[in-house]
Design a protein around this ligand. Structure first.
Ligand code: SAH
Length: 395
């Protein structure tokens, strides 16, 4: 029997339904499981805890598929889970809001390491763990049938695959990408999406609600959008009546897509300025130029994938937030995000407090941001709560 026996007193997280078995908790592995095989996870005393996918290369040594001994993983179980995740979204998001959404969000949908995003008639599958990889064929087939999308594209090329000992893989699994490119509509705005080479599966779906909020706050304001990627916050700010939007990103490709996205919509391009630059440097340049803004968005990439990087990440967050607060006019708003799993909401607030202190700015929290509802957070899996943001008003 393939099984993984925990050290004494290490079963508590699993009893509390946390879906990861960390390598340090494992006493021994029996039955010589292959990469991605299902193993029965047992407490030191032998009692059954869960069925999990074995990943010998990863610090996350096994990810739980099922808590019931009578329910080992197979193609049917995965299909049922996928169907449940997809159906749950139907009530979450009106098609008027967007035709792009996350259908499957990994651990929080009971499908560890599995992401499915939908862009109109294109589904994108991302497999991030050894267990997900093991069931690739079954998953692809089920996603194809359950979504009915004309095209299924695989984007299993995220860095985290290396931690699982997996190589990268991407390409069309079914159908063909639309000749005119993949497109989506969100909050009445159209975007082109590069599902083959864009970040994540092509678009930051998690920021959907927050983009709308920024649009609502932008009227008559001079806006600075840092780390703009393909222009999501920029387009919403312009649609919301911003006086001007300066958008900064270091990626020429992202900026080209952003410009293209602006051109797809009936917006005043004269109010938009784009800059290819490093935000850390550009904020200093703007300070030295004496520029100021009414609304600043900071949505940097992940500085801390895990808690081990939190200190270094904290310095990065503090730096950009301090500079942004200095560029804010009195009464101005800073929408500051962190998508670092290794930085808690509490730590993030502390970092901003430190930044405000050093900037000599009175600042208060006037709003909180989180990922959209199609990115659920399982209560027993706080790691799922990676995206956090504060709306801060400078006094
Ligand atoms: N706000 C965006 C997503 C931002 S993703 C949206 O809603 O779609 C983070 C972006 O930061 C990426 O586009 C990446 O190219 C950019 N980036 C990473 N490091 C950077 C740096 N030092 N300076 C400027 N841009 C950077």
């Amino acid at each position: 029997m393939k099984q993984l026996i925990l050290k004494a007193d290490r079963e508590k997280p699993l009893v509390r339904r946390h879906p990861w078995v960390l390598s340090g908790a494992v006493s021994r592995v029996q039955g010589d499981p292959a990469v991605g095989d299902s193993v029965a996870v047992r407490a030191a005393g032998g009692e059954f805890l869960a069925w999990a996918a074995y990943s010998p290369a990863s610090q996350i040594r096994a990810r739980v598929w099922s808590w019931a001994e009578a329910e080992p993983v197979d193609g049917d179980l995965l299909r049922t889970r996928l169907a449940r995740a997809i159906t749950a979204r139907e009530r979450l998001l009106s098609p008027d809001t967007s035709d792009a959404l996350r259908l499957v969000h990994g651990e929080s949908d009971g499908l560890p390491g599995i992401i499915v995003d939908r862009y109109a008639d294109v589904a994108v599958l991302q497999l991030l763990s050894a267990g997900a990889e093991r069931w690739r064929e079954e998953l692809a087939q089920a996603v194809r049938e359950l979504t009915g999308c004309a095209c299924l594209y695989e984007r299993s090329d995220a860095d985290v695959r290396a931690l699982e000992g997996l190589s990268v893989r991407s390409g069309v699994l079914h159908g063909a990408l639309p000749a005119a490119g993949v497109q989506l509509r969100e909050h009445g705005l159209g975007y082109g999406v590069d599902v083959a080479a864009g970040h994540k599966t092509g678009f930051y779906l998690d920021q959907r609600d927050n983009r709308k909020r920024i649009g609502e706050l932008a009227r008559d304001r001079d806006v600075l959008n840092c780390f703009c990627y393909t222009g999501g916050f920029t387009l919403n700010a312009l649609a919301g009546g911003a006086a001007s939007v300066l958008s900064v990103d270091s990626s020429a490709g992202a900026l080209a897509q952003a410009r293209d996205n602006l051109a797809r919509n009936d917006l005043d391009a004269a109010r938009a300025e784009w800059l290819e630059a490093d935000v850390f440097k550009q904020l200093r340049v703007l300070r030295d130029q004496g520029r100021s803004f009414d609304l600043i968005v900071l949505d940097p990439p992940k500085f801390a994938p895990t808690a081990a990087f939190a200190e270094k990440a904290a310095r990065g967050y503090k730096d950009i937030n301090l500079l942004a607060l200095k560029l804010l006019r009195p009464g101005g708003l800073l929408a500051s995000f962190s998508c670092s799993g290794g930085v808690s909401a509490e730590l993030f607030q502390k970092i901003l407090a430190g930044a405000a202190l050093d900037a000599g700015a009175d600042a208060s929290i006037v709003g909180h941001f989180a990922a959209s509802a199609d990115h659920p957070v399982l209560l027993s899996f706080p790691e799922g709560d990676y995206l956090k943001g504060l709306l801060v008003r400078r006094g």
